[in-house]
Design a protein around this ligand. Structure first.
Ligand SMILES: [Zn+2]
Length: 205
């Protein structure tokens, strides 16, 4: 349950003290789907208006307190990026996440174009690429196996600097499901090292 105070909504706090706000916390039950309901128009017409409204409320009406970083996880698609940067003109870094698969890189290459144009207008000076599920590293012997054909290196070119390549690790999904931070549970795993390296780079940007 979220606590509402006079100054706004108290965000939920995760295992490592990270404060979180999500639409999911506002739904009546865990299996309730997210629906954008409107009184007298097709739902799709309202969706982007309502999404924009929710984002604005999450920024303005949540008691965030003093923060080191504000991270916003936006769904795929390029229209949200424009709106986000209008609401947060001082965004310093944009990270685009892809897997090495050709279809993912194909979609992210489009977002990279929009991100570059939008970022120039908003003066967000840094755009980086994060490759998730970049190969599988064996837990016993450290052997690296590509998960995708050639791990995407020969497929669609995304013209952005790569900030991190995070290998697939089944323990990451396990830790996420249990709500215990993977980087603290398995600090020496290659995926944990890649995530830490990315966090350090973000901290320095
Ligand atoms: Zn092995």
């Amino acid at each position: 349950m979220l606590r509402v105070t006079e100054d706004g909504v108290e965000p939920a706090t995760g295992a490592a003290g990270v404060r979180v706000m999500s639409m999911d916390l506002l739904l009546p039950s865990d299996d309730a789907p997210l629906r954008w309901r409107s009184p007298d128009a097709p739902d799709f017409l309202w969706q982007s208006t309502l999404e924009g409204g929710v984002l604005r409320e999450f920024l303005a009406d949540v008691r965030w307190g003093a923060l080191d970083f504000l991270l916003i996880d936006a769904p795929p698609g390029t229209d949200k990026l424009t709106r986000l940067l209008q609401l947060l003109p001082q965004t310093s870094t944009l990270l685009l996440v892809t897997t090495p698969s050709e279809i993912s890189r194909f979609v992210v290459a489009k977002s990279a174009n929009v991100a570059r144009q939008t970022a120039v207008r908003a003066q967000a000076d840094t755009i980086g690429l994060v490759v998730n599920m970049a190969a599988h590293v064996c837990e016993s012997c450290g052997h690296r196996t590509p998960l995708f054909d050639d791990d995407g290196h020969q497929s669609v070119t995304i013209d952005l600097p790569t900030w991190a390549e995070i290998p697939f690790d089944r323990r990451l999904a396990l830790c996420t499901d249990r709500g215990s931070p993977f980087v603290l549970q398995h600090p020496d795993a290659p995926a944990a090292r890649a995530i830490r390296h990315l966090a350090e780079r973000l901290g320095g940007s």
